[in-house]
Design a protein around this ligand. Sequence first.
Ligand SMILES: [Zn+2]
Ligand SMILES: [Zn+2]
Length: 329
Amino acid sequence: MSLKVKYWGVRGSLPAAPMPEQLKDDFESLLHQFFRSGHKHSGDIRAFMASQSVPSVGGYGAATTCVEVNSEQTQIIIDGGSGIRTLSEEMMNGPAAKGQAVIHIFLTHFHWDHLLGLPFFAPHFVKGNQIHYYAVQPELESLVKVKFSKPFFPVPFKDLPSTVTFHTLEPRMPVTVGDLTLTPYQLDHPDPCWGYRITDGKKVYSHCVDTEGTRVSRESMGLDLPLYQNVDLMFFDAQYTLPELAEKANWGHSASQIGLDIAFRESVKHVVFAHHDPGADKTAVFELQSQTREYYDWRMKRAAANNQILPTVEWQFAFEGLVVDLDKI
Ligand SMILES: [Zn+2]
Ligand SMILES: [Zn+2]
């Protein structure tokens, strides 16, 4: 038994890839690094590349939010950002290509970056597939249908050959899909946005994107506090630096330091930060990482100076294609 989360899209607001010229420059500096590190032969390339992290070479990805949660028996998709297109390609190698798939898509909210891939999710166009959409917002059905309507998209919703069903969720009430239980909790976002606490009964994944994290104390989190408690893996919005967060109050996005504060207090084991700004190239995300490391170390030192012990929190910045196995946390 295992619970795994795969990140197909981790960018926020708008898909954004580096300019080709930037990629060429990056490749040139990688070649310099190869030769500077003493390598001379093509036979050394594999070992050199293995010593590089995926984002240090490939960056963090262009696609907007789409997350796949898999248990032993059940697949859940959260949000239909442009990342759902690559997930769709993978799924079309399986039962979805034959119209034999039952698919569950949970939506957090309806900002474009979380919906824009839906018309490109190929299982919609195969007769026999059953696609279930879930959200707390009662406008779920009408807002998904808009994505499949002229003049925005050539195939109107009524012409989709698959069977699409809409389910409105009750706030903070659990629903069961296969062997997974999902409970929606409200995040801090200008248009209502609902995160999900997902468990297979053993491990817990907490999906907290998009959020500004304006409610940080337990008291202010109120009924939404369970979203952050007894969590193995928390996915958290870290679009901004702390100064940017102050400048962009009410924009609905947060900073890694806010996520770490919550994680320390609630003993979250592992945090994955995402919703990277469309303007943030990999150097900008590296800078966010180093600020996060500084803050983490400062919190640890301050705790030690006060004779307190903080729980260890593992954290990383998400890149497209990242898989986290909750059994290994
Ligand atoms: Zn977003
Ligand atoms: Zn949003």
